[in-house]
Write a protein that binds this ligand. Structure first.
Ligand code: ADE
Length: 246
């Protein structure tokens, strides 16, 4: 079981996605647990204010430190024993390696920023990791937190129905995935490649590997530098390049 504690001003954003089929089943099967905490519940003033104007002037509002510290410390203790991850475009850029690393934990706290930013003392004294989901800026950390939960959850045994699980995913293997086909064998005028209908298992495995290599070379040549390639793989790639089949 991996358990996520999410700290946000908009817990209602999470519910419909977490109630979608795969994650809902993982929650029912106690493979993952997600507890949503509304930071606003830790404000004590009449209007439940969670933000304030920045010292030094300038536009925008800044999330106040007190309700964030109170929410996280009340829930997780002082100091929290699990990683406290701030979702921010300033963090390390999320990828499958980081998903695999985080999936080793039993407990993660995710803090969703909003407004223009978050008081720097939250970063300095509470947060232990900062993650960005890519080089673009969203209105808040809720979608990024859902992306982390989704990518991490599907790596935990039992979340995916398939016993091989995530092992053959694009990015797990270091290559993009080979193309998939299902019935009908001819759709409109478009047949499934003969090799997949041949029943020749060894040839099919070879074809899939070559398709993965070809696809990665065409779309994401940068990934080939880090991929675990056999001598046969390298020979195939050299041949593609020499034959100008890229
Ligand atoms: N909050 C706003 N933009 C973000 C991003 N790209 N990644 C993580 N959190 C964010």
């Amino acid at each position: 079981m991996i358990s996520f504690d999410v700290f946000t001003l908009f817990p209602e954003i999470f519910t419909p996605y977490l109630q979608s089929s795969i994650l809902q089943r993982a929650i029912e099967n106690r493979i993952i647990q997600v507890d949503l905490h509304n930071i606003r519940d830790w404000t004590h003033d009449k209007h439940h204010v969670t933000d304030d104007a920045p010292f030094g002037g300038g536009g925008g509002m800044v999330m106040k430190p007190e309700p964030i510290f109170a929410a996280i410390e009340d829930t997780l203790g002082t100091p929290p024993l699990c990683p406290v991850i701030l979702m921010t475009p300033q963090g390390r850029v999320f990828n499958q390696r980081i998903a695999e690393e985080l999936a080793q934990h039993e407990h993660l706290a995710l803090l969703c920023g909003h407004y223009e930013g978050i008081d720097e003392r939250v970063r300095q004294h509470l947060v232990t990791d900062e993650i960005s989901i890519g080089d673009y800026v969203l209105t808040g950390g809720e979608l990024p937190a859902l992306i982390l939960i989704d990518a991490i959850s599907r790596l935990r045994p039992g979340t995916l129905g398939d016993p091989d699980g995530a092992a053959n995913d694009s990015h797990s293997t270091g290559l993009l995935e080979y193309p998939h086909y299902t019935r009908p064998s001819v759709f409109r005028d478009w047949p499934v490649p003969d090799i997949l209908m041949s029943g020749h298992h060894a040839n099919i495995i070879k074809w899939r590997r070559e398709q993965a290599l070809l696809r990665t070379l065409r779309r994401r040549p940068d990934m080939l530098d880090k991929a675990d390639l056999s001598d046969l793989d390298k020979k195939f790639l050299d041949k593609l390049k020499n034959d100008d089949l890229i």
